[in-house]
Design a protein around this ligand. Structure first.
Ligand SMILES: [Zn+2]
Length: 387
């Protein structure tokens, strides 16, 4: 409530935008031309405003120390599904990737879907538009590569739990030749669900003539379109490796990188955000911001609040005691931090730098992020926006 009212205050709105632009001379030197050749989406799953703030406090003892907090353009992205106030990852990411809100649990299908019961019209994803136009594409995640957030980039399903139906869609694309680089986790559970669906990693590899490796290290240098489904994914290594491949594309590329930021375990979640931010800083230094748009956002927010603490002292005082007690409580009450184990409805940050970043401003529904990316690439959505 406090954060929202401060952000909404006209006085802040007037002083903040010019100040942010003036504060970073290097940003104006690479002023966005408005047209992006490449886009990288950094998706912090459950990384709301309060989580981003707390990550800075934890790692640096002060607010506003993350690299993403130095970016010149920001908006507040509203994440709700068509019927409820609070989103899950399936609706949240589907809306960002397709420009169309749906129901929780549904993967890139329109709101005529009934979860687990009836398919809705598939909604064409930004990744599918990119594939159709000959760009290289990549999807990377710390989570299962069939989990809702990555799935919303490449698959369509009436239920996020149907991994045996979701994962094979990566190998049978509706547009282009499908995701070029896929690095994620979830090998055991996806394998089980493939088996239940009468197939396997081996069978899919053979029928599509595309190996599915069990680790990043197993991928030969000669493979320009690698798929890795591992037990755990090192997203830092994976992202650098993916960029080596995607940067070869004369037509440009779309890369989506998800890093889990749920703060059920506050230390783990906040450290994830800090490490994600370090990776993002490395990528920001690597790419050419005159033709590449970097976008950081979240699929939905989460119930973490900082309600105490002092500079120079540990934000997570009391964490070790809570952790030792194997706290499974619905509410985590640390000295300075309160965590309600729940997704929450308030808007999430959308932060941008690079080509086309100036389009990100104000409050907007998360579907606007799809429009921003399409517009930055110079693309028009198909007429019905459904396909
Ligand atoms: Zn999520």
């Amino acid at each position: 409530m406090l954060a929202a009212s401060v952000l909404a205050s006209p006085a802040h709105a007037q002083t903040q935008a010019p100040a942010a632009q003036q504060a970073s001379p290097q940003h104006s030197a690479t002023a966005p031309s408005g047209k992006a050749k490449n886009i990288i989406v950094f998706l912090a799953d459950a990384g709301g405003v309060s989580v981003v703030n707390a990550a800075s406090l934890l790692a640096y003892g002060e607010p506003l120390k993350l690299r993403i907090q130095q970016w010149p353009y920001l908006g507040l992205s509203e994440t709700s599904p068509v019927d409820n106030f609070v989103s899950d990852s399936a609706n949240g990411m589907s809306a960002i990737m397709t420009g169309i809100k749906t129901h929780n649990g549904v993967i890139s299908q329109a709101a005529d879907a009934v979860r687990k019961e009836r398919d809705g019209a598939p909604t064409k994803t930004l990744l599918e538009y990119a594939e159709e136009r000959g760009l290289l594409t990549g999807v990377i995640t710390t989570q299962s590569i069939a989990d809702a957030t990555p799935a919303a980039t490449y698959a369509h399903s009436n239920d996020r739990g149907k991994w045996g139906e979701i994962f094979p869609q990566a190998l049978a694309p509706r547009f282009g030749d499908g995701v070029d680089v896929m690095f994620g986790a979830g090998r055991k559970k996806i394998g089980e669900q493939l088996s239940a669906a009468g197939t396997s990693f081996e069978a899919l590899s053979q029928s599509h003539d595309r190996p599915i490796y069990a680790s990043l290290d197993a991928v030969p240098q000669s493979n320009a379109r690698p798929i890795v489904v591992a037990d755990d994914m090192d997203v830092h290594a994976a992202t650098l490796r993916a960029l080596d491949l995607l940067e070869q594309s004369p037509e440009g590329y779309l890369l989506v990188v998800e890093w889990d930021a749920h703060t059920d375990d506050p230390r783990k979640g906040l450290e994830n955000v800090v490490n994600f931010d370090k990776l993002i800083a490395e990528i920001e230094n690597r790419v050419d911001l005159s033709d590449t748009l970097l976008l950081f956002t979240a699929d939905h927010s989460f119930g973490l609040q900082v309600d105490g603490g002092q500079r120079g002292q540990d934000l997570l005082a009391g964490y070790d005691t809570w952790k030792a007690a194997e706290g499974e409580d619905a509410i985590v009450r640390l000295q300075n931090v309160l965590v309600n184990h729940s997704h929450t409805a308030e808007e999430v940050p959308a932060l941008a730098i690079g080509a086309g970043a100036e389009r990100v401003h104000g409050y907007f529904p998360n579907t606007h992020l799809f429009e921003i990316m399409m517009d930055a690439l110079g693309w028009e959505p198909d007429s019905a926006a459904l396909n």
